[in-house]
Design a protein around this ligand. Structure first.
Ligand SMILES: Cc1ncc(C[n+]2csc(CCOP(=O)(O)OP(=O)(O)O)c2C)c(N)n1
Ligand SMILES: [Mg+2]
Length: 551
């Protein structure tokens, strides 16, 4: 046995090998042994203000880097990160969650140690529900295999995993890491694959108005380029959904728009629903992606590939990996040489924003202004709330440049996630579009953004409370929140001059503030956009109406 290797070093070496350069978290006595090894390794420790934020930061990191990791202490830390891990599980984001734990001797004797909830298994049981694999490293002999197996599942299944390391095991000597575990994706069933590709090719070649609907799994499985190759090779027009926004470029001439069932723009809804062959790739028909299930799609004219199966009419082909299906189709479908299948109308050009002199800011103008400033070096993160409802209107050209939690929808995600985004893609600038309510959940993570010199732009939509909730239901006092002096916050968290806070109440002030943000490339800039009269986007008005009617 190589005495220089320990369980901690083994794990850190694997993290490094998988492209993890940053580890987010909060210390505690059960993880200090491991943390000493972290700071001695090339993996950079990034402390956050709390564990929930560490989880969100690791999630943002994983959305850009392909994998993220967070470290917490037992009980108090482990339970604080649960909501972030649940979000990653719901949305298929691969995260490695490492928790320290009391030493094995104490566990064996059942000692009543601090941070214990009721027994030594409760935290593990909770994590089992929201991860695809777990391991409690109870012996240095078995730890390497257990670490490799858990990591392998994380990467292959694209889901969070949980590793618990008792504090004594962290320093226990173990064998040195050998070859990386085999991370090859699961194979498809060859016969079924060939059959469903042939059937799909037949349907597409026969169709006069086919269309490709690109879904969230393309994002999660990193299949954007394969899907782009397919649409370009075949000249198929395509639509995306809010959850898959920008997985295919939005300035592409074949882009039809964002499909949201009955909430779609009419021209988009018609083109998707009237397609005589709809190739649906990686789509999850969630309530918010389908306008509260108001989609009107005829399954007889559809091919749906998602969740490792392809459905054509009543026929289900199982064990089909989406990537294999898309690449197989691209090599077989005939290109369409006529423009009839192209979008009916183009709405894809970014408009210039010219502020009206002395004009009070409104929500639609705020979003127009922001859209005009976005560029390919920015990653837009949008919170649930009006930001989320306005999101379809932004023009995003690259898959990696738009991040939301479209399904789990936990408010407060974006500010800490921006920390992960900035560290995973140092060449890019995160732009957080957040409501005041969402921002209040995790605002303190601005301090970590400043400490790490992440030049995020935070656009704070100050519409005086939980506006989306006011619109979905009759209003009540529970939607009121304390008014903060938001633009002063960067100063509070900053002990040097790495940040700027600006307030904007008119179109001119906003345009000026955006110009400052662009100019001050190295600084964190928070722009508090004050919207009087609880003004909102057309998208939120529509969604509010749909929710109230559905009651
Ligand atoms: C963690 C969490 N708690 C509660 C909710 C329910 N929720 C969804 S949106 C929202 C209000 C958002 O308010 P704000 O951020 O100000 O956005 P606005 O609608 O005002 O634009 C709440 C409380 C949630 N999604 N996530
Ligand atoms: Mg609000």
């Amino acid at each position: 046995m190589n005495t220089h290797c320990t369980v901690s070093r083994y794990l850190l070496s694997r993290l490094q090998g998988l492209g993890i350069k940053h580890l987010f978290g909060v210390p505690g006595d059960y993880v200090l042994n491991f943390l000493d090894e972290v700071v001695a390794s090339p993996v950079k420790w990034v402390g956050t203000c709390n564990e929930l934020n560490a989880g969100y930061a690791a999630d943002g990191y994983a959305r850009c880097n392909g994998l993220g990791a967070a470290l917490v202490t037992y009980g108090v830390g482990g339970l604080s990160i649960l909501n972030a891990v649940a979000g990653a599980y719901a949305e298929r984001i691969p995260l490695i969650i490492i928790s320290g734990a009391p030493p094995t001797g104490q566990k064996a004797s059942g000692a009543l140690v601090h941070h214990l909830i009721s027994d030594y298994y409760l935290q593990l049981v909770m994590f089992k529900k929201i991860t695809c694999d777990t391991a409690v490293l109870s012996s240095a002999n078995t730890a390497p295999e257990e670490i490799d197996s858990v990591i392998r599942n994380c990467i292959i299944q694209k889901l969070p995993v949980y590793l618990e390391i008792p504090s004594d095991i962290a320093l226990a000597p173990c064998r040195s890491p050998g070859e990386m575990p085999d991370l090859a994706p699961l194979p498809s069933d060859k016969t079924s694959l060939a059959e469903c590709i042939s059937k799909t090719v037949e349907m597409l070649d026969r169709a006069a108005h086919p269309l490709l609907l690109a879904g969230m799994e393309l994002h999660r499985l990193g299949l954007g380029n394969d899907a782009l190759h397919l649409v370009e090779a075949t000249e198929l027009p395509f639509a995306t959904m809010l959850s898959s926004k920008s997985v295919l470029p939005e300035l592409h001439p074949q882009f039809v728009g964002i499909y949201q069932g009955g909430w779609s723009r009419e021209v988009v809804r018609r083109q998707v629903e009237d397609a005589d062959c709809l190739l649906s790739l990686g789509v999850w028909m969630t309530d918010l992606d389908t306008g509260l299930f108001s989609e009107n799609l005829d399954s007889r004219r559809m091919v749906s590939a998602a969740g490792s199966q392809v459905c054509i009419g009543n026929h289900h082909y199982r064990e089909i990996q989406l990537g294999d299906f898309i690449r197989g189709l691209a090599s077989r479908v005939k290109p369409r040489s006529y423009l009839i299948s192209h979008p009916l109308e183009s709405n894809h050009l970014r408009k210039q924003f010219t502020p009206e002199p002395s004009c009070v800011l409104t929500a639609p103008r705020l979003y127009e202004c922001l859209d005009s400033f976005l560029d390919d070096q920015m990653v837009l993160l949008a919170e649930p709330g009006d930001a989320f409802c306005a999101a379809p209107e932004f023009h995003i050209e690259e898959a990696q440049n738009f991040i939301i939690q479209p399904y789990y929808c936990s408010i407060g995600f974006c500010t800490p996630a921006a920390l992960g985004v900035a560290l995973a893609c140092p060449g890019k600038r995160p732009v957080v579009l957040s409501g005041d309510g969402a921002f209040q959940m995790t605002a303190q993570e601005i301090s970590s953004l400043i400490r790490e010199r992440c030049p995020a732009i935070i656009i704070l939509i100050n519409n005086d409370g939980y506006l989306i909730e006011r619109k979905l239901h009759k209003d009540g006092p529970y939607n009121d929140i304390q008014m903060w002096q938001y633009s002063k916050l960067p100063g509070v968290f900053d002990n040097a001059n790495y940040s700027i806070g600006i307030q904007a109440s008119t179109e001119e002030e906003l345009a000026q503030a955006m110009q400052i943000a662009i100019r001050e490339k190295e600084k964190l800039v928070l722009i508090e956009a004050r919207l009087p009269n609880r003004d909102c986007s057309a998208g939120l008005e529509r969604i509010g109406k749909a929710f109230r009617q559905a009651k």
